[in-house]
Design a protein around this ligand. Structure first.
Ligand SMILES: [Zn+2]
Length: 181
């Protein structure tokens, strides 16, 4: 609950990310495992690796999430984190304590958000984010919110900064599409 309180009070987190954190804590995000229990038509497995997609898998233990955390500015070795079956309370308790700075807390929440967004884009739009694109989106979001002193939304800033990192034209269109949906 301390994590939720901290997220709620954070000045640079946007309302949609705060709601997302609330849903994580309430074990309410629609992972394959959770949604698949409600409908047999929903695939319970991860679109990337075909393992059961629970919160811990999606946000920390899938090879994609693992690579994102490991290559982040504050690297995290997720293989050392608990393999929870329902929710990620123990994992969050292991990586977040009262000593971590607001900016590191911010980075963790934004990273969770973009892992979720990348998952949804793959699941529903068949759009594949690369690890680099996740990092660019995280950095662009953090930078934009720090510069403006308020939460970044999908503003021009975020899109423009992301464009800077693109290597080719087709990618540019694909990535812009990701931001505009
Ligand atoms: Zn996976």
């Amino acid at each position: 609950m301390a994590i939720l309180k901290r997220a709620w009070k954070h000045k640079l987190l946007s309302p949609n990310i705060k709601t997302f954190v609330w849903r994580i804590i309430r074990r309410a995000i629609a992972t394959g495992a959770r949604a698949g229990n409600l409908s047999r038509r929903i695939n319970k497995n991860c679109d990337r690796c075909n393992t059961i997609e629970n919160d811990a898998h999606l946000l920390f233990h899938c090879h994609f999430a693992r690579a994102v955390w490991f290559s982040s500015r504050t690297p995290l070795r997720t293989s050392l984190l608990p393999f929870e079956q329902d929710g990620i309370q123990d994992i969050l308790a292991a990586i977040i304590n009262t000593n971590i700075t607001d900016s590191y807390f911010h980075r963790i929440m934004i990273t969770l958000w973009y892992l979720w967004k990348a998952r949804n884009d793959l699941c529903f739009q068949k759009k594949k984010w690369t690890i680099l694109q996740v990092h660019h989106a995280i950095e662009a979001n953090i930078k934009a919110s720090e510069v403006e002193g308020k939460p970044a939304t999908y503003t021009k800033n975020v899109v423009n900064r992301t464009q800077d990192y693109l290597h080719s034209r087709p990618n540019l269109l694909a990535l812009l599409a990701l931001y505009l949906v």
